[in-house]
Design a protein around this ligand. Sequence first.
Ligand SMILES: [Zn+2]
Length: 172
Amino acid sequence: MYVAEGAGLAAHQVDVDLRLFVYDCYDDDGVRHVGHVLNPVVEPAAPDGRRLLDAEEGCLSVPGPRVGVHREEKAVVRGLDKEGNEVVIEGSGYFARCLLHETDHLNGLLYTDRLTKRQRRSALREMDDLIEGVFARRVERARSIGAAHRAGPEQPPHPVPPLAVRTGDGAP
Ligand SMILES: [Zn+2]
């Protein structure tokens, strides 16, 4: 996830057969949220409290493009932590988008499935154009994160500054 400058990652994106995702994501107030959830279920929003936001979104599994997607402004996800305890994660803004995007992954949906056919074709064409550059950047980033890790445990685990998380190649 950090190599690809992502804000979230679903287990099966890296061939792990679990209904699990991890996140390291800032909300629109600049608060960092780091964690994981197993078997996440999105709680339906109250009909009168629904508010959709249209904001750019990308995906580590669709390297390169960022496309506007309508999502709920707020999200509540229920699930379990790795100890089996029930957890309830509430998010707003970009963090809500991350929670919904990652839960979609575990339900077999990519954000491109929420686009019109024309938008999807355009996004996939853009991915074809950008993918080599994105993968080259990931290789460089893997090297620098590996070097920081070898330098010692005092190195910060997430060297990406907050705003860079949102301008990476495909977060979440
Ligand atoms: Zn994704």
